[in-house]
Ligand binder design. Sequence first.
Ligand code: BV8
Ligand code: ZN
Length: 227
Amino acid sequence: MRVFVLTGAGVSAESGLGTFRDRDGLWARFDPSKLATPEAFAADPVAVHAFYDMRRRDALAAAPNAAHAALARLERGLAARGDALFLCTQNIDDLHERAGSRQVHHMHGESCRARCLACGAVAPWRDDMGVFVHCPTCGAARLRPHIVWFGEVPMGLDRIADELAHADLFAAIGTSGAIYPAAGLVAEARSRGTPTLEINLDPADNAGLFDDALYGPATEAVPAWVD
Ligand code: BV8
Ligand code: ZN
């Protein structure tokens, strides 16, 4: 059995990390067009680096919660039976990894990594990094956050499509279904006849596309589903 799980900001909400579109969410406080686009980075790399430094510090100060732990258990349980979990997250934090998940696909990048605009090398990001730090591989002072911004192609779309094509279940956890192509995965699963499950605090924009749903805080709903 192959399970495809897509997570969003809701899975990290109870760890204290902000979501995007909730009332007091990130995009209510920050303008994504000024911080989460390549144009914004070209116009003001220092401001964009500072935004992701803040996001990374918040993530490192947060602790994984019971939902992250349950998904790590799910991965181990499926593997022990010769089955598999493909955990695809839209989140840029490392809470899935810190909860014990071994295979995590960050389709929108990771706040703890930097990418070199000169040679493409991806390196762990330290707190003192920023616009003037040199690439550890080629030495160029051209590092950017290893993040997928609006208008940029998410990472590993071929892998995502292949995993979805072979999935026996597609579950979306803690995501508003507002951003594409991630939000379109459920429709792709349905077109293949793959059962779909939404686990969310409340119905997402695309809730009507799910065969089944579990509503409630992720720290309750995800363990209830996994265990
Ligand atoms: C692209 C990283 C070209 C940065 C992010 C159609 C197809 C393709 C693209 C588009 C399209 N139409 C429009 C587009 C453009 C755009 C887009 O989708 N725009 C929207 C406004 C319509 N998409 C893009 O630009 C994408 N790239 O188009 O490239 C392309 C694409 C494919 C093929 C070829 C070319 C790139 C988008 C990625 C942008 N980067 N993040 C950063 O983090 O700073 S987006 C960011 O918002 C997240 O990564 C996430 O993906 C997205 C949605 O956030 P969610 O995780 O869902 O969080 P949200 O706050 O919205 O919802 C929280 C949910 O949790 C809610 O449901 C809430 O109820 C729930 N919740 C809250 N508390 C709890 C809870 N649940 C459980 N328990 C709780 N306690
Ligand atoms: Zn380089």
